[in-house]
Design a protein around this ligand. Structure first.
Ligand SMILES: Nc1ncnc2c1ncn2[C@@H]1O[C@H](COP(=O)(O)OP(=O)(O)OP(=O)(O)O)[C@@H](O)[C@H]1O
Length: 569
């Protein structure tokens, strides 16, 4: 497993806290400034008692003010630095997770549910910012400030220092025990949120089917149960957060009370030991008293952000899980590939498949075990086979969507490999069985972010795909998620239009373009496809004998091998 913070390519530090820690130093220095401030206060009081008058108070007051301003400034600067660094770190982590998800093959059945991935990246990942912004400085302060205060108190009174020293370790011990439970509870809550989001997204997508099958009530009940379960988990996290605060407040209050009692009785002359054989002055006593609550302050702050740490670490772990490697998409994130050439290669590519071996991850049997076949440059070939024989798998291998496990695939002059897949995909147009339509305009759905494809090109492509006369013909028309607003046949034709705006793609891999279409629509799609494939190489997986008869040749696939090759008369 590769945690996102350790994945190559991050702009920042390899540690999750990395640059966010840069803001800790000014914030810690700001807290340490309380020591000279307390010293000045105690000194001013002592001078007043010794008859120094108002003049003895003026310069300590001025310095106190200056130190206060410096403290505020340092605190604000440190906080801003931490926040900015945390936001950058979160951006890096999100980019890394996105890259890891994009690097997984679409055929990887173990890919995280899209609802879960969206929930972790958009929502849960936000917990990383308070974790890095608040927890890291609080931890730094808790390590440094109490030690500095101990060092200042010890030379005045070893008893007061001892009281603080005994009270302090109890707090981290109890906090660690509580924090251990808090982390587990927070992780469980994250899993619950992710699961509920994935469930919601899936059910929303399948709302029409649920309604048709009368399963709406049952789904609502399951959603209610999931909501209840999430509420229980959230309450568990909150209970633990309150418990940790109570533990800390108790020990901090006991520590301060004991120091105050000691200093009080010592000044009254009732406890004459613990100050290295001398009696503390009122100013010294006040100094120790002022420092006692400040000793516990960083620990109190740490307790406040303890939940941030639990939530932040749980979010980091969730992102690490999303970054786990699965079946790789060959050549994914291949930055070295130049942008798609505007012009086509001189000749369409020939296909040469030799001794191809492939089996899906987690399944026993091989889909292909020594498959051989050729498609000549510019030839249009139908791939016929029974359902489940491996047509889609073969097209996916040819499109470089999944790595070849044995043998070779040659497209034109290049052999498919991780190094060439990305480049080869640029000359390939893929018309899948279920083209995904995004919620957005027709223009965005056809261009798919390709530069240089404007409204005019989209409109031409829509006419070419026989969609010019439909209500969605103009580039600005809105389409719903999953193709709402289009019929099944129109969605297939929209996929055709996507191929039309990529004239440089001279290898067409088409998966059952006429499945589930009536004869007239199938005919229209076939015509458009043949026109698009003119001067290009095309392999069409199909069960449709009418479509197969319009192509140059048919290959019959059976048991992972080419059984027959028939030239169309
Ligand atoms: N992502 C996947 N993970 C694991 N197994 C898979 C995956 N996709 C397909 N399979 C299995 O691989 C075999 C070939 O499937 P494929 O989809 O390539 O068949 P097909 O010929 O295209 O079928 P159809 O004509 O029904 O679309 C089937 O046994 C299928 O169950």
């Amino acid at each position: 497993m590769q945690a996102p913070e350790h994945t190559a390519g991050s702009r920042g530090s390899t540690h999750p806290q990395g640059r966010a820690g840069a803001g800790s130093v000014p914030q810690t220095v700001a807290s340490l400034l309380w020591l000279p401030q307390a010293g000045l206060l105690a000194h001013a009081l002592q001078s007043l008692l010794e008859g120094g008058g108002a003049r003895a108070v003026v310069w300590p007051a001025a310095m106190l003010l200056a130190l206060g301003l410096a403290r505020g400034g340092l605190e604000a600067w440190g906080l801003r630095r931490s926040f900015r660094a945390a936001c950058e770190r979160l951006g890096d982590l999100r980019a890394q997770v996105a890259r890891a998800l994009a690097a997984r093959s679409p055929l990887d059945a173990a890919r995280p549910a899209s609802g879960l991935a969206a929930s972790v990246m958009a929502e849960q990942a936000e917990a990383v910012v308070p974790y890095l912004t608040r927890y890291q400085p609080a931890r730094c302060k808790a390590l440094v400030v109490p030690l500095a205060i101990l060092a200042a108190v010890f030379p005045l009174s070893w008893i007061a220092a001892l009281v603080l020293l005994v009270a302090a370790p109890l707090i981290p011990v109890f906090m660690a025990l509580v924090g251990w439970r808090a982390k587990a509870a927070s992780e469980a809550q994250m899993v619950e949120i992710g699961g509920m989001n994935a469930f919601l997204l899936d059910r929303l997508r399948g709302l029409a089917s649920l309604r048709a099958l009368g399963a709406v009530d049952f789904t609502a009940q399951r959603l209610r149960a999931a909501g209840d379960s999430l509420r229980r988990r959230t309450m568990a996290v909150l209970r633990i957060a309150f418990l940790s605060s109570a533990v800390l407040e108790l020990f901090a209050a006991l520590g301060v009370a004991m120091v105050a009692a000691y200093v009080g009785f010592h000044l009254l002359g009732q406890l004459n030991y613990g100050a290295w054989g001398v009696r503390l002055s009122l100013g010294q006593g006040l100094f120790v008293l002022l420092l006692a609550p400040a000793f516990f302050e960083p620990l109190r702050e740490l307790s406040l952000v303890w939940h941030d740490r639990a939530a932040g670490e749980a979010a980091l772990a969730a992102m690490a899980r999303l970054s786990e490697a699965g079946t790789a998409l060959p050549g994914a994130n291949d930055a070295a590939v130049p942008p798609m050439a505007a012009s086509r290669a001189a000749r369409p590519p020939a296909l040469c498949v030799r001794a191809l071996e492939f089996s899906h991850a987690g399944t026993g049997g091989a889909v292909f075990d020594g498959l051989d076949f050729d498609v000549a440059a510019g030839e249009h070939v139908a791939l016929l086979a029974d359902s489940g024989a491996g047509k889609t798998t073969l097209l996916s291998l040819l499109a470089g969507l999944v790595p070849v496990q044995g043998g070779s695939i040659r497209i034109g002059d290049e052999t498919m490999s991780a190094a060439t897949a990305s480049r080869l995909r640029q000359r390939t147009a893929w018309l899948g069985q279920k083209p995904h339509i995004f919620a957005g305009t027709v223009q965005a759905n056809v261009a798919l972010g390709q530069p240089g494809v404007g409204a005019a090109e989209v409109s031409t492509a829509m006419w070419f795909a026989a969609l010019g006369a439909t209500a969605q013909a103009h580039a600005g028309a809105m389409l719903g998620e999953g193709g709402v607003g289009l019929s099944g046949g129109e969605a297939v034709r929209l996929a055709l239009a996507r191929a039309v705006v990529r004239p440089q793609a001279d290898l067409l891999l088409v998966d059952e373009p006429t499945a589930h279409l009536d004869a007239a629509t199938a005919e229209a799609v076939t015509e458009a496809l043949l026109q698009l494939a003119h001067g290009k190489t095309m392999l069409v997986a199909t069960h449709d004998p009418v479509l197969a008869a319009r192509l140059d040749r048919s290959l019959r696939l059976h048991a992972g091998l080419i059984e027959a090759s028939e030239v169309t008369p």
